[in-house]
Design a protein around this ligand. Structure first.
Ligand code: UDP
Length: 459
């Protein structure tokens, strides 16, 4: 019979993690690594060369770079509108280097046994590698439960035409029968390559089902009914221990330097007066859309903080396409930066609303600070998240007609000045309280983290 002492020496506290090399995936994976490290685990990060994290921000982790051949396609990032292309490419280009690296780590001399590997769900090829090496693979799904349900339901491969409807089609405003929360006009923006997205999602979902467990960056109270539906379909242990950024901020894994000078400008603005605008690390907009955003912000007359990532506007380096004299006209009322310390901006008392592309991290970060949203989803899971924000949780307004100055002005007014906006703020504040309860001792996320730790120690 084992004594307590021998059990603890058998249990392994060494874990290997493998993030997808994009900002919205790197942040939650490194936050998860930090969370597990504080629970006593020894962390090794295998990572692609592209968007490599900065090891000096994580002296407590070991980093193993692998060849990814991403440089062969990196010049397509601004022009190839098929977002799924890059993830599908990496699932082929990393196979050999990841397999060799993982196999070497498993037999590293003098090191303790590896308990499991945790990979981004989008790295579906890793399931077969882990199976071959007889190592449990846990998946980190960096998007919401609703996105996974929608991906499972949408007919990517069989009904491609429904992804290309335009305003002129009679069904454009109608609900999608397979996932009625979405309208056909939402999925017209979801991808330009339904076949590619169908292949990617079915590979991700199948390999999630084959995994040893799924970690979600969400909290139970936000998506309770979806969690029940999913647990019938994914019969592997599920852990909802998010939002991760509440344990550790994302600043250490930021790929672009955050401009902190704007915090002192925010300090000078009245409470809840500033419109914060950011469309994340991947989305691109056209020059005319960019100009509509600028006119919308100019016309509403409120202070604004606008993140314009270099290269975000197709065909522009940075701000060349702004309307004439825009910066001079705005004076101190508006600030434009290349990248912000987003979590601090959202937590700042001056921030009144968040005009967002609804990446899952941004959506969660806004909820956690009780900030209502204006939604301009661009691609991937963003239209799904935006529908949850506007139609399910009712904590934001979706710009139904895209980037168009009159609609923009009306949406900002609804959120910032109307009674309807006050109600949204109350609902999102309620969710903020639920987040805090879920993370507190005995709350759902706290319990889920304890379960995950016990589960990993059982391998
Ligand atoms: N972010 C940031 N500064 C910015 C804009 C974004 O630090 O100016 C961070 C943000 O806090 C979030 C991440 O970048 O953690 C973006 O992830 P998200 O899933 O929202 O969108 P993606 O970039 O993947 O489209």
């Amino acid at each position: 019979m084992e004594t307590l002492g021998s059990v603890s020496t058998l249990r392994s506290r060494r874990i290997i993690l493998f993030p997808l090399p994009f900002q919205g995936h790197i942040n939650p994976m490194l936050q998860l690594a930090n969370i597990l490290h504080t629970r006593g685990f020894k962390i090794t990060i295998i990572h692609a060369e592209y968007n490599s994290p900065n090891p000096s921000n994580y002296p407590h982790f070991a980093f193993k770079p692998i060849k990814d051949r991403f440089s062969e396609i990196a010049d397509q990032l601004a022009t190839n509108r098929d977002g799924t292309y890059f993830a599908r490419y990496l699932n082929k280009s990393c196979v050999d280097s990841f397999t060799d690296c993982l196999a070497e780590l498993l037999v590293e001399p003098g090191e303790e046994r590896v308990a499991c590997v945790i990979t981004d769900a989008c790295f579906y090829f890793t399931q077969a590698v882990a199976d071959d090496l007889k190592l449990p693979r846990i998946v980190l799904r960096t998007s919401g439960l609703g996105c996974t349900l929608a991906c499972d339901a949408l007919p990517f491969c069989s009904k491609k035409a429904c992804f290309y409807l335009t305003k002129q089609d009679s069904d454009y405003e109608a609900s999608v029968p397979e996932f009625p929360l979405l309208k056909f006009k939402d999925i017209a923006n979801i991808t330009i390559n339904p076949q590619g997205m169908g292949d990617l999602t079915s590979n991700i979902l199948n390999q999630m089902r084959a995994s040893a467990g799924i970690i979600w960056n969400t909290f139970k109270e936000l998506e309770e009914s979806d969690l029940e539906t999913l647990s019938q379909d994914f019969q592997v242990p599920s852990f909802t221990l998010g939002p991760f950024h509440k344990y550790f901020p994302a600043s250490g894994s930021s790929l672009i330097e955050q401009d902190r000078t704007i915090l002192s400008w925010l300090d000078k603005q009245p409470p809840k007066s500033v419109v914060y605008v950011s469309f994340g690390s991947v989305a691109h907009i056209t020059k005319s859309e960019f100009q509509e955003v600028a006119h919308g912000l100019a016309n509403i007359g409120l202070p604004f903080l606008w993140v314009v990532r270099p290269g975000m506007v197709v065909g522009s380096e940075w701000l060349e396409s702004l309307p004439e004299n825009f910066l001079e006209r705005m004076g101190d009322r508006g600030r434009i930066v290349k990248w912000s310390p987003q979590q601090e901006v959202l937590a700042h008392p001056a921030t009144g609303c968040f005009w967002t592309h609804n990446g899952w991290n941004s959506t969660l970060e806004s909820i956690c600070e009780g900030v209502p949203m204006i939604c301009s989803p661009c691609l991937g899971d963003q239209p799904i998240n935006a529908r949850y924000v506007s139609d399910v949780w009712k904590i934001g307004v979706l710009l139904e007609d895209g980037f168009e100055r009159v609609g923009i002005k009306m949406a900002i007014k609804r959120v910032m000045m109307d009674k309807e906006g006050e109600e949204m703020r109350e609902r999102v504040s309620c969710l903020k309280e639920k987040v805090n309860l879920s993370l507190a001792e005995g709350g759902s996320s706290c319990r889920s983290l304890n379960n995950l730790v016990d589960y990993i120690l059982s391998f």
